[in-house]
Design a protein around this ligand. Structure first.
Ligand SMILES: [Cu+2]
Length: 398
């Protein structure tokens, strides 16, 4: 099939080339000038330009009208209104400029197409015009940039409030996990060396450090056995085992470094309950991100592997999740999920669910990184989070 299409395309191209060539030859035989364009042809071109302009504007208008409903509904966060205003101002400026300049362009092409007895006007330079089209765009752009920067600082630097929700969003290939600070309103310490099967976020408590040490030592014992066996195979001339051996050796040294780290935590903080305070009552939620209406959400973001980006389209917020460092963002939801349905419906837009999506192509299953967000009233929010076990209880298997 593909070959057939290919042959057809080639034949069509050859046919067009042949037709053009025969047209050329015929023109030559008739003694006509090859590059002569008649006045009536120029008139047709001028008319076609205007027609093109009208079709272009009509299509733009139709698209804006027909697809407007797919644009996000009004912002669901307090700061989002500022972002929307910035967007609207910029977009309106661009649209007005576009329609004016393009209308003038199409109109002038038509007005000044070549006519009999009409001479072109020689107009090489005008200082005033040069100044005008340099200074006006410069002022407009500077104003837009200043407006954008002030919006940015308003959005990014917000004072923490007394009743804010402190939470952490952890990204990894290919899922999100949420951790709330619990009753003490403090997110407990985390460290990668305490990550195990039962502590995927690496939260540090006295118990999780102990358990990670047990785990690490098991790994070390296993690796030491492998290294010994591989070593003796290599020594006896078993070819092809060298890579496996060096692999096992580097893993072993990594686990030993982890053991040292964990021993240091044990030694320094064994009797220091304050060090781990904040972790025990943290609450991990794996299926939904709950937020409270009118209560500021103070996010910390982490990534366990590659760059991800936490994008909250309805709240006009996005922040990169960077392996090896924490990033922060703050916003205050202003509608519950139920209220948002009414807001969207009143604007003729479709709304099912708030969602958090990954906005960095982070691997083969990137598309799976969608996470539902439910905004509840403050009372319902507190009640919902209270139904989850604290990390301390969860880890102890209670
Ligand atoms: Cu991702």
């Amino acid at each position: 099939m593909a070959l057939l299409i290919f042959i057809t395309v080639v034949l069509v191209v050859v046919a067009i080339a042949k037709i053009m060539r025969s047209h050329e030859l015929a023109t030559k035989l008739n003694g006509d000038q090859e590059d002569f364009v008649s006045l009536s042809e120029i008139k047709t071109q001028g008319f076609l330009y205007v027609l093109f302009g009208v079709i272009l504007f009509t299509l733009i208008g139709v698209q804006m009208y027909a697809w407007g409903k797919y644009i996000l509904p009004s912002s669901a966060s307090v700061h989002g209104d500022e972002i929307d205003n910035l967007f609207d101002v910029t977009m309106n400026l661009i649209l007005v400029t576009f329609f004016i300049t393009h209308t003038v362009m199409f109109a002038f092409i038509y007005k000044y197409y070549q006519k009999k007895g009409q001479k072109a006007f020689w107009f090489p330079h005008n200082n005033k015009l040069e100044m005008a089209w340099t200074i006006i765009p410069a002022i407009v752009l500077l104003s837009l940039i200043t407006y954008g920067l002030s919006t940015w600082s308003d959005v990014m630097y917000q004072e923490s409030t007394k009743d804010s929700v402190k939470l952490e969003v952890v990204a990894e290939q290919f899922k999100w996990t949420v951790r709330y600070s619990g009753k003490d309103r403090e997110l407990g310490k985390v460290n990668f060396s305490t990550i195990t099967g039962s502590n995927a976020l690496g939260i540090m408590t006295a118990a999780s450090v102990d358990s990670s040490l047990v785990d690490t030592r098991k790994q070390i014992a296993g690796l030491e056995r492998s290294v010994k066996e591989l070593d003796s195979l290599v020594e006896h001339g078993w070819s092809g085992k060298e890579d496996e051996l060096s692999d096992a050796e580097s893993k072993l040294s990594a686990f030993k470094a982890n053991e040292r780290r964990l021993l240091k935590f044990q030694k320094e903080h064994a009797k220091d309950a304050a060090y781990y305070r904040g972790s025990e009552d943290d609450v991990i939620v794996r299926d939904t991100l709950y937020l409270a209406k009118d209560r500021m959400a103070e996010f910390t973001f982490r990534s366990k592997d590659v760059l991800h980006s936490a994008y909250f389209p309805h709240f006009r917020a996005q922040m990169n999740c960077v392996p090896g460092q924490k990033t922060y963002f703050t916003f205050t939801p202003k509608y519950t999920s139920e209220e948002m349905k009414e807001v969207a419906a009143s604007e003729g837009k479709n709304f099912v669910l708030f969602e958090l999506v990954c906005n960095k192509i982070c691997g083969a299953s990137h598309y799976k990184m969608r996470f539902p967000i439910v905004v509840l009233s403050q009372k319902d929010f507190d009640a919902r989070v209270a139904t989850y076990k604290t990390f301390g209880d969860e880890f102890a298997g209670k």
